[in-house]
Design a protein around this ligand. Structure first.
Ligand SMILES: Cc1cc2nc3c(=O)[nH]c(=O)nc-3n(C[C@H](O)[C@H](O)[C@H](O)COP(=O)(O)OP(=O)(O)OC[C@H]3O[C@@H](n4cnc5c(N)ncnc54)[C@H](O)[C@@H]3O)c2cc1C
Length: 416
């Protein structure tokens, strides 16, 4: 059998598959895709390809966010083995600058730190197996083979793929009555506060109580962002989650009625003891929440409502409504054995099986692994990013290894 040094998949194994099929294709190479590859350099033992709709591997959505982080600079790249093919990038000035930050940092710095890792992926995988500047518009699974179809009709064939397509914000039906004055939170997160708001007083309602809502409030409270006499009201349903180092730290703090009360069983990280380890507000967004909750920020108010219907008077009188009600998985059309299939089994976020694959409604085993595609990927509240990249990488490596054994058996049987 001929090996090309990267792949050991013989071209003639799968009757219906393409001769140049990859072993593994990463679809989407933002933070999570980059994390997966750079934490698992062993994947390079296989014939790997990467496709991303943008022109650059690495930064993903962080290239567009004009807000500060809700995480720490030292949270990132601990998953990269310094001895691996990606290890050299740890000394890159942007990576070092990120690691040296304390507290919150501009997310553009994270984008800059991800870029050298993206470049290293391109080099390690080989430019011939990198497709950038074109989105995957459809994924077709036929038997054991996957084809990712690009905008220009090109088809990339592979045995396994991981989807790391991130999340998207879609207009919410509840806000349809106010659609003419509603804008998505990402318009401000990506483009900043409109200049005209600094000239003409605005009544602004922000719906939602997560990091996005307070990151926007934080922008609005900056000197000169809003004309005098402007008013900002945050409407939130279930209380705002704040990060605490431990349950004791929570118990010894004072709380307002606007704060979410934790459930000790589910909201405390079993590894660190942190409360709301990923979803809880930190840094400037938290400061903004606390000032509003204690009425220390004139013209900013926050109200808890059961439903948006009960918030009608505020929504009616607002000049602008900002939707910060969350995200959904950034799915693409999926066809399995000729049948159009939804990537969503329940709710707006793709579900994964315990072995990291896309969960399908009919219980079929999918050759598609999922990396993130959830605003809070660590929703079991226990895995660090490092742990999650390692876990998913191991699952993919295991599948690749089993496939290789199966291929060898088929080859051995066909030659005897
Ligand atoms: C407002 C906001 C603030 C956040 N702040 C933080 C923070 O401070 N710290 C933190 O750790 N996390 C934060 N997150 C959460 C999360 O880490 C980020 O959303 C992060 O960008 C997720 O990385 P990702 O790789 O899953 O998605 P993305 O960064 O969005 O990457 C997805 C990649 O897939 C590509 N892609 C998409 N569709 C296709 C397609 N059809 N075909 C081919 N390629 C495609 C895109 O071009 C992109 O490169 C924040 C999220 C939001 C929304």
């Amino acid at each position: 059998m001929q090996f090309d040094g990267v792949s050991q998949t013989p071209a003639r194994y799968e009757p219906g598959s393409c001769v140049d099929a990859l072993d593994f294709l990463l679809i989407g190479c933002g933070l999570r895709g980059t994390g997966l590859l750079t934490a698992n350099a062993d994947l390079l033992r296989y014939r790997v390809g990467v496709v991303d709709a943008s022109n650059t591997l690495g930064p993903g959505s962080f290239d567009h966010y004009r807000i500060d982080s809700n995480s720490y600079g030292h949270d990132f790249f601990g998953w990269v083995d310094p001895e691996s093919v990606y290890g050299q990038q740890l000394a890159h000035p942007h990576v070092r600058a990120l690691h040296e930050t304390e507290g919150s940092f501009a997310l553009s710095l994270l984008a800059s730190a991800l870029r050298p890792f993206g470049a290293a992926i391109k080099q390690a995988v080989g430019p011939a197996r990198i497709w950038t500047g074109q989105a995957v518009v459809k994924i077709e699974v036929e038997g054991d083979s996957v084809a990712a179809v690009l905008e220009d009709g090109q088809r990339i064939h592979t045995r396994f793929a991981a989807l790391a397509l991130g999340i998207r914000e879609c207009p919410q039906a509840d806000l349809l009555p106010w659609r003419s004055k509603t804008q998505l939170s990402r318009q401000i997160i990506e483009h900043g506060v409109p200049a005209r708001w600094s000239v003409q007083a605005q009544k602004i309602v922000i719906t939602g109580g997560s990091h996005s809502a307070y990151a926007i409030a934080n922008r609005l409270r900056q000197e000169g962002a809003l004309a005098p006499n402007s008013e900002v009201r945050i409407l939130q349903r279930s209380g705002t989650k704040l990060f605490y180092a431990s349950i004791d730290a929570y118990r010894s703090s004072t709380h307002t009625a606007l704060e979410h009360r934790p459930n000790v069983q589910t909201d405390v990280c079993p590894q660190t003891g942190n409360l709301f380890r990923y979803s809880g507000l930190r840094h400037a967004a938290r400061d903004t929440f606390e000032r509003i909750a204690t009425a220390a920020l004139p013209r900013f108010t926050q109200t808890r409502v059961d439903s948006l219907k009960n918030a009608r008077p505020w929504l009616d009188e607002a000049d602008v409504v900002i939707q910060a009600l969350g995200y959904e998985s950034n799915c693409v059309p999926l066809v399995i054995n000729g049948i159009q299939t939804s990537m969503l089994t329940e709710g707006p976020i793709v579900d994964t099986t315990p072995d990291g694959r896309l969960k399908l409604a009919n219980g079929q085993i999918s050759p598609l692994f999922i990396m993130g595609m959830n605003p809070y990927p660590y929703d079991d509240n226990s895995l660090t990013p490092t742990g999650q990249y390692a876990a998913r990488g191991q699952q993919i490596l295991e599948a690749l290894s089993q496939h290789r054994v199966a291929v060898r058996n088929v080859m051995d049987n066909s030659t005897t």
